[in-house]
Design a protein around this ligand. Structure first.
Ligand code: GLU
Length: 517
């Protein structure tokens, strides 16, 4: 175990928007770093030019900021990636394409040590090997059984190798996986793992045609150069771990090898298979932190735009694969930092539950003060062209917030406070408007006119005394009043609604109902 300061990195490839699983990886890195007073680094792994997506890098930075898990190193306050070394960002540049010049020497070092070799197979040749294997019902693996027969520096004279390097430009450097070695690894979540090297591929480390390393080489070299102590990443990288161990061994960097933790996959709501980028739109929930529009104009939903609070989003993803070991479910970022530990991260997949996600937002909404919710509500009302006072908004919010999971639901829950009903719910009308009802409503009008102070307590008291005296049915009277005032069977207590509307508006609505029903 390293004794130096904890340094972790989140190393996304800018190949599209960050999936919520990616945010979870970033969050666990952040929590681990904060818990150990360490440093959280952002590194952009953009060496695969074919998969580069414009805007993805900015998206990643914006998403992390929205979640409040801003990296300590790698990103400047302006939100751009640090390109010049300085005290805060000593290992800049943090974008691998700008570190291009670094990697070639490491690949060549491995060749000269005999741990890697030049391979000259053309794409057409590789394709034919693949097809041949397929016909035999096998998957083609470029390994010790194959490398003796293919076009590479292991089978050629030095002169031939030199000629090909000079005259062609689509050669690569491949790692020479030992033929028969047991690779013993350790994962902080999964414990000891061992793999027989003979089953592994001689992975490409570096490509001459673009002068760029592949993910594996760049990742190992940078983790070492950036003094990363712990690699916390998704389970999909577990199959690469043997190669990464072999690379650390080949470079003689065993002492610098970080500890690894591979986080469990996020599973679809039915538990069947990995939660994919497509699932959200198909199943009706966001899988991205922020909305994203692809170059072809396809729009994917985001938690932010769907009205989630970042705190709720962070809370819900923290519990995907980690548990505190207690019943507590609501955690602020500070509380998560305090409670987080890698030994409570599970191995098996974490099933995503969209209803539970809504529940988290509801909890955060309920915990917001009415004054704060009223501010958001005013913005929503303004967009609808409705003017009201902060005081009234606050009162309404206090009455409806228990029924909402999102601020944008406030309008559906409260429109009748602002717009009198014009259509009366037909089923509710049939149930609540009987031949004797107009007479009752006329009486109610008189009673309410005479009610000394028009507030919840006095309205309730006055109505009940009258109902008792006249021996009316409470339910029947209340339903009829709700029909006149709200138009439908929803909302808080009718006295509460009358109190917000005020006497004048309440009586006007009763009159209007008497004329229209
Ligand atoms: N660039 C890799 C990715 O896109 C990083 C994997 C790792 O953390 O090693 O996820």
């Amino acid at each position: 175990m390293q004794t130096e300061k904890v340094r972790v990195r989140f190393a996304p490839s800018p190949t599209g928007p960050l999936h919520m699983g990616g945010v979870r990886t970033a969050l666990f890195n952040y929590l681990f770093a904060k818990k150990h007073n360490g440093t959280f680094v952002l590194r952009i792994e953009d060496t695969d030019m074919r998969r580069f997506v414009p805007g993805a890098e900015q998206y990643i930075i914006e998403a992390l900021n929205w979640c409040g898990i801003t990296p300590d190193e790698g990103v400047l306050p302006s939100g751009s990636i640090a390109t010049e070394p300085c005290s805060r960002h000593p290992f800049a540049p943090y974008r691998q394409s700008e570190r291009k010049a670094i990697y070639g020497q490491y690949a060549k070092q491995l060749v000269s040590q005999g741990d890697a070799y030049y391979a000259f197979d053309t794409p057409a040749e590789l394709e034919s090997y693949r097809l041949e294997a397929e016909i035999r019902g096998e998957t083609f693996t470029y390994n010790h059984l194959v490398r003796n027969k293919t076009a590479n520096s292991l089978n050629m004279t030095a002169a031939e190798v030199a000629r090909r390097i000079k005259e062609t430009n689509d050669w690569v450097i491949r790692f020479k996986v030992p033929e028969d070695q047991m690779i013993l690894m350790n994962d902080m979540i999964r414990g000891n793992i061992s793999v027989q090297s003979g089953t592994l591929d001689d992975k490409v480390l570096w490509k001459a045609h673009d002068g760029l390393p592949t993910y594996h080489l760049a990742n190992i070299v940078d983790d070492c150069l950036m003094q990363i102590t712990h690699v916390i990443r998704g389970e999909e990288w577990l199959p690469s771990l043997p190669l990464h161990y072999m690379l650390y061994n080949a470079f003689g960097w065993q002492e610098k090898r970080p500890l690894f933790a591979h986080l469990p996959l996020l599973l679809k709501p039915d538990g069947k298979g990995k939660l994919s980028k497509r699932d959200g739109d198909r199943l009706g929930f966001p899988v991205f932190p922020l909305e994203w529009t692809s170059s072809s104009g396809e729009r994917s939903r985001g938690y932010r735009e769907d009205g989630y609070y970042p705190e709720a989003f962070v809370n819900l993803i923290a519990l995907l694969g980690w548990n505190p070991g207690t019943e507590q479910e609501i955690f602020s970022l500070e509380e998560l930092t305090e409670a987080f530990s890698m030994d409570r991260v599970i191995k098996s997949g974490a099933r995503f539950n969209p209803e539970k996600a809504r529940w988290f937002n509801q909890q955060y909404l309920r915990n917001r003060s009415d004054a704060r919710l009223a501010q958001d509500f005013l913005v929503l009302l303004q967009k609808k062209g409705i003017a009201t006072t902060l005081q009234k908004a606050e009162k309404i919010v206090s009455l409806i917030k228990q029924r909402a999971s999102f601020v944008h639901e406030f309008w559906d829950l409260s429109h009748y406070f602002f717009i009198p009903p014009t259509n009366y719910d037909p089923v509710y009308s049939k149930k609540s408007w009987k031949p004797e009802t107009p007479g009752i409503i006329r009486q109610a009008k008189e009673i309410l006119e005479g009610c000394t102070s028009f507030n919840v307590t006095s309205i309730e008291k006055t109505l009940h005394l009258w109902i008792e005296k006249e021996q009316l049915k409470t339910g029947q009277v209340m339903n009829a009043l709700r029909l006149c005032i709200v138009g439908e069977p929803q909302g808080p207590g009718i006295a509460e609604i009358m109190d917000v509307l005020g006497r004048e508006e309440t009586l006007a609505r009763l009159d209007r109902a008497l004329n229209n029903l």
